[in-house]
Design a protein around this ligand. Structure first.
Ligand SMILES: Cc1cc2nc3c(=O)[nH]c(=O)nc-3n(C[C@H](O)[C@H](O)[C@H](O)COP(=O)(O)OP(=O)(O)OC[C@H]3O[C@@H](n4cnc5c(N)ncnc54)[C@H](O)[C@@H]3O)c2cc1C
Length: 376
């Protein structure tokens, strides 16, 4: 089977890894010229931890754990109001996104054909295959095309229709960047909420840096950095605590990241020989804290089904059947987190969030088939 994956972040390389273990070689096309650095921390919970273990990268990831610790929630003058337990935002294991994508790339680069600096431009499918035109490379034909190209997926747009049809904008934007640890935080975070805008900082990279995260109401999300920074400055112009110092540091950041908070809900994740995995098919938004776990579980199940079913139709149907409920629960968590923005901050609120994440009934515990038993 000849498989093309679009996107080399989390879902794409994880899928290539599992396909490879089942004896299927994949090609990955990534728009960026190399694996993209940047992004804040991403975390793993429940079944996703066991998938990482089976991939043989759990120990390496643990060595890169952020050890964020808890976060002190402060008022506009810096007085502590509550403590936000680390497990709310850091799950069972938290690493910088840039470390995760590098580790996944290293894991797969020898057995996967990586094509950087290109993108799918056209898709035409018939009963025998999918003919793919690229922006730069020559046209090729694949048995299956898989969009792992994130919230703004090109594969989804080409095969299923415009993004607007499947997007629920949550009414917020988020932005992140790193700066030096001028607050001298030691393995901990700080958070300030002003109305419906929040500002969070976390010590990272052995306390040498601060990861800064803004989350604020926005309907239209500007696409160029200058306009994005202006939108943040406007949203935080009257916000106290460290907001003004952090805004002043923002233009110098080399890892600035900005996006809308949206969810993707699709009536079906597949159409013919084209399917979606991770944020491309079912983004639950960073508010859910489940984006990376979803991408990993999606990759594991999709590869497993493709290697064990006798047709791609059955495999794609089974992939969706196995994960629909899990994805719906992650979306619900994302919406709950968004709605909690309007609830006044208190210790009781954070303790309730922490308790909700625990136990065997946690939405992060998913019963999955053991495809690894069939590994070649
Ligand atoms: C740079 C970056 C920073 C992020 N930072 C955070 C963060 O701080 N906090 C958080 O919660 N989530 C963040 N996310 C989202 C988070 O990584 C995802 O929710 C999760 O990891 C699911 O991963 P994914 O592989 O499905 O999608 P993504 O991680 O979004 O990856 C999609 C990949 O597809 C590539 N791509 C896009 N369009 C095309 C195209 N036309 N052709 C080829 N390739 C294409 C992108 O360059 C990217 O490498 C970030 C995503 C990116 C890309």
């Amino acid at each position: 089977m000849d498989v093309l994956i679009s996107g080399a972040s989390v879902a794409g390389p994880a899928l290539a890894y599992w396909l490879n273990r089942h004896g299927i070689r994949a090609t990955i096309v990534e728009r960026a010229e190399k694996i993209r650095p940047g992004g804040l921390a991403v975390d793993f919970r429940g079944t996703a931890m066991r998938v990482l273990d089976q991939m043989g990268i759990l120990d390496e990831l643990r060595a890169h754990a952020t050890h964020s610790g808890d976060a002190r929630v402060v008022d506009a003058d810096g007085n502590q109001i509550a403590i936000m337990p680390g497990e709310i935002f850091a799950g069972e294991l938290e690493v910088l996104k840039t470390d995760l994508t590098r580790i996944l790339y290293d894991l797969t680069k020898n057995d996967t054909e990586y094509v950087f600096g290109d993108s799918i431009a056209t898709l035409t499918q018939d009963a025998d295959g999918v003919r793919v035109g690229f922006e730069r490379g020559a046209t090729r034909t694949f048995d299956l095309v898989i969009g792992a190209d994130g919230l703004h997926s090109r594969v989804r747009a080409l095969a299923f229709g415009p993004k607007e049809r499947f997007t629920q904008h949550m009414g917020y934007a988020f932005a992140s960047f790193s700066t030096d640890n001028y607050l001298s935080l030691d393995r901990m975070g700080m958070s300030h909420v002003s109305g419906d805008r929040s500002l969070n900082v976390f010590a990272s990279k052995e306390n040498t840096e601060l990861r800064v995260l803004f989350m604020f109401p926005a309907q239209d999300v500007p696409r160029n950095r200058e306009a994005q920074e202006e939108a943040i400055r406007t949203a935080y112009e009257n916000v106290g605590w460290e907001a003004q110092s952090l805004l002043a540091r923002m233009p110098a950041a080399t890892d600035f990241y900005f996006d809308e908070l949206s969810q993707i809900t699709m009536p079906s994740w597949s159409t013919g020989r084209v399917t979606l995995v991770g944020d491309a098919g079912y983004c639950a938004s960073p508010m859910s804290g489940r984006g990376t776990s979803q991408a990993l579980l999606g990759a594991y199940v999709l590869a497993g089904e493709l290697s064990t079913q006798d047709s791609h139709e059955k495999a794609l149907a089974e992939y969706e059947h196995a994960l629909r409920d899990y994805v719906a629960a992650a979306h619900e968590l994302g919406r709950q987190a968004r709605d909690s923005f309007t609830i006044p901050v208190s210790q009781e609120l954070f303790d309730a969030f922490a308790a909700a994440d625990m136990g065997e009934h946690s939405p992060d515990e998913v019963a999955l088939k053991n495809y690894a038993a069939r590994v070649h």
